[in-house]
Write a protein that binds this ligand. Structure first.
Ligand SMILES: Cc1ncc(COP(=O)(O)O)c(C=O)c1O
Length: 381
């Protein structure tokens, strides 16, 4: 657990925290001086070299190694991609929908997850959405829906809509017992707690750098379990997906034997330079410390909102990072919070308060104080 002084030290890296109560990491993490320095390094590398690709390829491979370590994977299990969608699509394209044609997912997945698998319908996929009960999809609903015809279970680790947390081990067990694959979407959680994809035993994992990983947009990571890579041949490809990127062999498709076979063209070099120091910053703070700070803040905020009589969408068991409160007038609630310098976002009837290690109790109290005068705009519990 971080001391108040240590949290203050973390906060000093993020200039916006001096001006705003920043509870917006579910949409975009705050910019740190470390990331600014990384982006400056990128500009310098471009300015000082006429052929900086060797240097840039070094930064790209080095980020692959750092991210692999961050989630307890091997570097050759990681593809560097330009969006989470850009990681899901090549896997969807590589799967066959024959006797196993089922795709089973919660209604609380991020839209891109639903849309990418729905786009596989002309290829034979049968997509089924599971309804939530009280803002969570029970494990039993997965148990009833997954069977020997299920090809894959796309699974949000934490829902962008209501902050509910999926029981990943239980759902993965059910899927694997039925011979189905699991594709975990960690974009709303990665960067907030230690993550071990091997312990979770998921087959695929995707995330992006923009939110809790505190990096720039336009960059993400796809993990593919080593044993699956050889058997997956995507129908979308690129020169960066080849065994030897710089073979320049237009007449041959020779896919990389690693997860790089799922990459789509030249990587986003500026974002790589920005994302690396952000990952380093989180690692140095310590992911156990990050998780403990987030849990403390999210619990206090959730308790405070309940004490104010405001209806919540997030189950207490989620322990952050996202707490979503139900609003009667989300647009007006957003406007009032913005006026008070509290940076949040809305989705449907929910106002989203996202906590990260750089938030402190003063942020929690600032948000609760603002909400105290806003009960008319919120739904009562
Ligand atoms: C859980 C989740 N998955 C996927 C996405 C989509 O990411 P991208 O735009 O990188 O494809 C988001 C973006 O907000 C998200 O929150």
């Amino acid at each position: 657990m971080l001391t108040d002084d240590q949290v203050a030290g973390v906060r000093a890296n993020f200039p916006i925290l001096q001006e705003k109560t920043y509870l917006y990491s579910c949409s975009q993490g705050a910019l740190s001086y470390a990331v600014v320095a990384g982006l400056d390094d990128y500009v310098a590398s471009w300015r000082t070299s006429t052929a900086p690709w060797d240097v840039w390829m070094g930064a790209y491979e080095s980020l692959r190694v750092s991210f692999a370590r961050f989630i307890n994977a091997e570097p050759d299990e990681i593809a560097i991609i330009n969006s989470a969608s850009g990681g899901i699509n090549p896997i969807a394209s590589a799967l066959h929908f024959d006797a196993r044609d089922g795709v089973v997912m919660s209604e609380y997945e991020f839209p891109t997850m639903g849309q990418i698998w729905l786009a596989q319908q002309p290829r034979g996929a049968r997509v089924r959405f599971l309804d939530g009960v009280g803002n969570a999809v029970p494990v039993e609903a997965y148990a009833r829906a997954i069977d020997e015809r299920t090809r894959i279970v796309p699974l949000t680790q934490l829902s962008f809509l209501n902050g509910s947390r999926s029981d990943v081990p239980a759902i993965t067990r059910i899927a694997h017992d039925n011979g189905a694959l699991v594709f975990l979407d960690g974009y709303q959680d990665c960067g907030t707690r230690p993550l071990d994809v091997k312990a979770l035993d998921v087959d695929f994992f995707v995330t992006g750098t923009l939110k809790y990983l505190l990096g720039p947009p336009g960059l993400g990571f796809l993990y593919v379990k080593r044993a699956l890579i050889d058997s997956l041949v995507p129908t979308m490809s690129s020169w960066f997906a080849q065994r030897d990127i710089f073979a320049f062999d237009t007449r041959h498709l020779d896919l990389a034997p690693s997860a790089r076979r799922f990459e789509n063209g030249a990587p986003n070099i500026p974002s790589i330079y920005g994302a690396a120091p952000a990952l380093d910053l989180l690692t140095r703070v310590g992911m156990e410390n990050v998780a403990a700070q987030i849990e403390r803040l999210a619990r206090t905020f959730l308790d405070g909102a309940k004490a104010l009589g405001i209806a919540t969408k997030t189950p207490a068991s989620s322990v952050g990072p996202l707490v979503v409160l139900r609003a009667a007038d989300p647009a007006a609630a957003l406007a009032q919070l913005t006026e008070r310098g509290i940076v949040v976002s809305t989705r449907m009837d929910g106002v989203r308060f996202a906590f990260h290690v750089y938030n402190d109790m003063a942020d929690v109290h600032a948000a609760l104080n603002a909400l105290e005068g806003m009960q008319g705009l919120m739904v009562s519990a």
